[in-house]
Design a protein around this ligand. Structure first.
Ligand SMILES: *Cc1c(COP(=O)(O)O)cnc(C)c1O
Length: 358
């Protein structure tokens, strides 16, 4: 018998999450963010489910080609643009849109010949201080682009560092407006958190990622409160039971000590499946529909849970690690990380199943 772990993908969840993004976007177009193998959900699977998106955004050139080859004709935006000049012929051939964020890319564009035009998203740094031209240079950068024959439509973009947090986006919006307000270019600003919290950041193109996968980027609103449905569920089964006496310990490093007689269930899921090794004692796991605490250290192929409160559970009992019935955000919080990291880290060895297909 195969190991019982499985990731199931609910195609109807992608569609209904997308509908929420679409509604919040108003008249803005929606660029579905599919980077990192669609946040671990499978690039082509998600593209198929979100075929209505006005655009698809990612940063892996190979995956962008894969999308074109699969027949997606809408805009495909490379979120970090190109890294070397030899990528440009491929980009032009497939008609990808590119972000440009530094002078080196500008110089590479300057050397392009031929009459194909490239749609360019100019990224301005408004405070994230990761990628982007300093916003104060926007005028110069736009002038330079105007002189390049290969450049077609130009769209201005920036990325928010605290759209989900207390600092918000107003300070970055102010910086953006100060330098581009009267220039009349289309804009792309909002990620999921900004789309959910700040209608003023919709611009012309919104770029939701995490919300399409059914996780909330916000601290004060759960996915369910927003109406989002988890698209990935990671499930498995109990494959072993141990009855501990008081003082016995569990797993590597003996991180958990039983303070009473304790019934331990061993779950077929470990860090080699993508479960976070840094999850603490007490991280929630659902067994037979009941939340129980994880105990001890997560190992490569297994983790342990305390079944003392559910005596009926045993070998073969169904387990949900995250997804429907257990928000991935909660598991992430207990492991000191964010839902994004857990979803992206789903390991290749985990068998997958799709539900809700046509
Ligand atoms: C990843 C990414 C997004 C999507 O962010 P979410 O928080 O997942 O909505 C949007 N824009 C850029 C530039 C990104 O890199």
């Amino acid at each position: 018998m195969a190991r019982p772990i499985q990731a199931s993908f609910d195609l109807t969840a992608f569609r209904s999450n997308f509908a929420i993004a679409r509604r919040l976007a108003g008249v803005a177009k929606v660029m579905a963010v599919l980077k990192a193998n669609a946040y671990g959900h499978g690039l082509l699977r998600v593209a198929r489910a979100l075929a209505d998106a006005d655009g698809l955004a990612l940063l892996e050139l190979d995956d962008a080609v894969r999308l074109r080859d699969a027949g997606y004709r809408q805009r495909i935006l490379l979120l970090e643009g190109f890294f070397r000049a030899d990528e440009l012929p491929v980009i032009l051939h497939h008609g990808f849109s590119v972000v440009i964020h530094n002078d080196e890319q500008m110089a590479m564009l300057g050397k392009l010949h031929g009459d194909r035009k490239l749609e360019v998203f100019v990224k301005l740094n408004t405070g994230m201080n990761r990628l982007g031209f300093p916003a104060v240079r926007a005028g110069r950068v736009l002038e330079q682009l105007k002189m390049l024959p290969c450049v077609g439509e130009v769209i201005l973009t920036t990325h928010f560092s605290d759209a989900e947090g207390v600092s918000g986006i107003e300070w970055q919006m102010r910086e953006f407006e100060r330098h581009v307000a009267r220039r009349g270019y289309a804009r792309s600003l909002a990620n999921s958190a900004a789309l959910l919290r700040f209608p003023e950041a919709r611009g012309d193109w919104v770029r939701p990622g995490i919300m399409l996968y059914g996780a909330s980027p916000l601290e004060d609103r759960t996915a369910a409160q927003i109406g989002l449905r988890p698209a990935m569920s990671l499930t498995s089964e109990i494959i072993g039971i141990q009855n501990l006496k008081r003082g016995d310990t569990v797993g590597y490093g003996s991180l958990f000590t039983a303070h009473r007689e304790t019934r331990i269930g061993v779950v077929a899921c470990g860090y080699a499946d993508g479960y976070p090794r840094h999850a603490y004692n007490g991280t929630p796991v659902v067994v037979d529909g009941v939340r129980v605490p994880m105990v001890g250290r997560v190992s490569m192929d297994m983790l342990c849970v305390d079944l003392s409160d559910i005596p009926k559970a045993g070998i073969g009992s169904p387990v949900t690690l995250w997804g429907a019935g257990l928000p991935v955000e909660e598991v992430a919080a207990a492991a000191g990380t964010v839902s994004y990291e857990l979803l992206c880290a789903l390991a290749r060895r985990v068998p997958v199943e799709e539900r809700g297909g046509d």
